[in-house]
Ligand binder design. Structure first.
Ligand code: FAD
Length: 459
């Protein structure tokens, strides 16, 4: 006999667990089906382990540059075993906490693969438990790393981010194929630990999801960390038969490396049986949804990486919120995706929200760009973290703020403040920023967008 629920969620990553908890909070009986670990990619193979490794990497870099701040640290030696243990402990602790939180919300967890057999029924494999659904099914099945057919993952030498987060020792050398967000973050973590890292990017610039100035600034900063950056360059083959992999470039050049990390993006996943049973409308590997996050099948929703919109955990949260609102009888829709901040945890960090300068140019919008610099900020100088700048984009026609882009230490912590001024004119005028604080640079750039920066010379 089938168990009955108002809502069944497939997948327990940021999209799945958030949607399930919100539905439970709104009074719906809810179940989660998860075939692997609770927490999905983000908690187990993504955001949290990568940021934990990067946090240790940051300490290494700070210790190495301590002399500049008057503190002599004669030798700095990363203890990679302890770094990995700490990361594993944080992930395990978080997973336990999240599992408890899900259960505390009276959500039933089924361990197994969820196959949707109809808009009202989910089967949990391999036990073939039947779950009958009265209100809605939410598919939050996430994504996996994209493999390059010419040199597929072998899990040892040619690796994805999954293995890169779990290496048992610091490799002497690593080629990172792909200069996007994940590639650059992991390049920073390993370069700080002492690996000789080379990023090979096929496009003309790394981090091509941001404006050109960001890519240029980041390339300079990565090079300061000792990371080699090759752009307009494709890896055509990898020979992993020897002790060291031979990475063969389109130019004919070869690079030897202990590890080859392929970080060229992620592919949405959804079980084929579910797609076939429902006749789900797909766009390649991605499930098509409307603004309510509903698929072409009434009552079946999809969110997160499975719909290929943001490939961000907080993008999945936002979509989960919309679905829970609709299932609770509301009429909620996803708004402008550009208002979901981008965050890149490199050294220095990158964060952006709203329109970029390039988007404005493409749309023919006349803008003024205000700039604020960390090198002119007291707290940044005190911390010896002066790389980067913040840019605020103002619409010349109506004075409204269109976008904010930040590069600098810890900027991911204050991009939400950038979001608050999008679409406004005077908002920051009434906000007092503590002095001295790194966040003052946001206000500085905002003032500059109106030609009113107090701490920059008149132009
Ligand atoms: P996922 O987190 O992928 O979860 C999907 C879950 O569904 C998985 O647990 C899977 O086992 C399960 N599943 C799949 N099919 C089935 C089935 N049929 N039955 C049962 N269970 C199933 N994003 C950020 O916002 N910030 C970051 O700093 C960040 N860092 C990242 C670093 C790395 C190295 C990586 C790889 C990703 C990072 N991301 C980051 C992206 C983020 O992890 C994803 O966007 C997010 O996890 C997507 O959430 P999701 O719920 O859609 O899917």
């Amino acid at each position: 006999m089938a168990e009955m629920f108002d809502v069944v969620v497939i997948g327990s990553g940021p999209g799945g667990y958030f949607a399930a908890i919100r539905c439970a909070q709104k009074g719906m009986t809810t179940a989660i089906v998860e075939k692997a670990e609770i927490g999905g990619t983000c908690l187990n193979r993504g955001c949290i382990p990568s940021k934990t490794l990067l946090a240790s990497a940051e300490v290494i870099l700070q210790a190495k540059s301590a002399a500049a701040m008057g503190v002599d640290i004669p030798t700095v030696t990363p203890n990679w075993g302890k770094i990995q243990q700490r990361k594993d402990a944080i992930v395990a602790g978080f997973r336990k906490g999240l599992t408890g939180l899900i259960q505390a919300n009276k959500i039933k967890i089924f361990n197994g693969t969820g196959i949707v057999t109809s808009a009202k029924m989910v089967t949990v494999e391999p036990e073939k438990i039947q779950l009958e659904v009265s209100k809605g099914i939410i598919i939050a099945t996430g994504s996996i790393p994209i493999e390059i057919p010419a040199f597929p993952f072998d899990g040892k030498t040619i690796i994805s981010s999954n293995e890169a987060l779990n290496l048992q020792s610091i490799p002497a050398s690593m080629v990172v194929v792909g200069g996007g967000i994940i590639g650059c973050e992991l390049a920073c973590a390993y370069a700080a630990a002492g690996t000789k890292v080379t990023i090979v990017e096929a496009l003309e610039r790394i981090i091509n999801t941001e404006d050109k100035w960001v890519s240029q600034l980041m390339e300079r900063e990565l090079k300061k960390l000792g990371i080699g950056v090759m752009t307009n360059q494709k890896v055509t083959a990898v020979d992993s038969s020897g002790a060291m992999a031979k990475v063969i470039l389109q130019s004919g050049q070869n690079i030897e490396a202990e590890k080859v990390l392929v970080a060229v993006g992620r592919r949405a996943v959804c079980d084929k049986q579910t797609v076939d049973n429902l006749g789900l409308k797909m766009n390649g590997s991605v499930i098509e949804v409307d603004k309510k996050m509903q698929t072409n099948v009434a009552g079946v929703y999809a969110i997160g990486d499975a719909v290929g919109t943001t490939y961000l955990a907080h993008g999945a949260f936002a979509e989960a919120e919309v679905v829970a609102g609709n299932l609770a009888g509301g009429n909620t829709e996803m708004g402008d995706y550009s208002l979901i901040p981008q965050a890149v945890y490199t050294f220095p960090e990158i964060a952006s929200v709203g329109k970029s300068e390039q988007m404005c140019a493409d749309e023919g919008i006349e803008i003024t760009v205000g700039r604020g610099f960390f090198r002119g900020n007291g707290r940044s100088l005190a911390h010896n973290e002066t790389a980067g700048e913040i840019r605020v984009i103002r619409d010349k026609a109506n004075d409204k703020i269109l976008g904010v882009t930040m590069v600098g230490a810890n900027v991911t912590e204050f991009i939400a403040a950038g979001r608050l001024i999008i679409g406004t004119k005077e908002k920051f005028g009434e906000v007092s920023f503590p002095h001295p604080s790194v966040s003052e640079v946001v206000k500085e750039a905002w003032e500059d967008a109106f030609g009113m920066s107090v701490h920059q010379p008149p132009k």
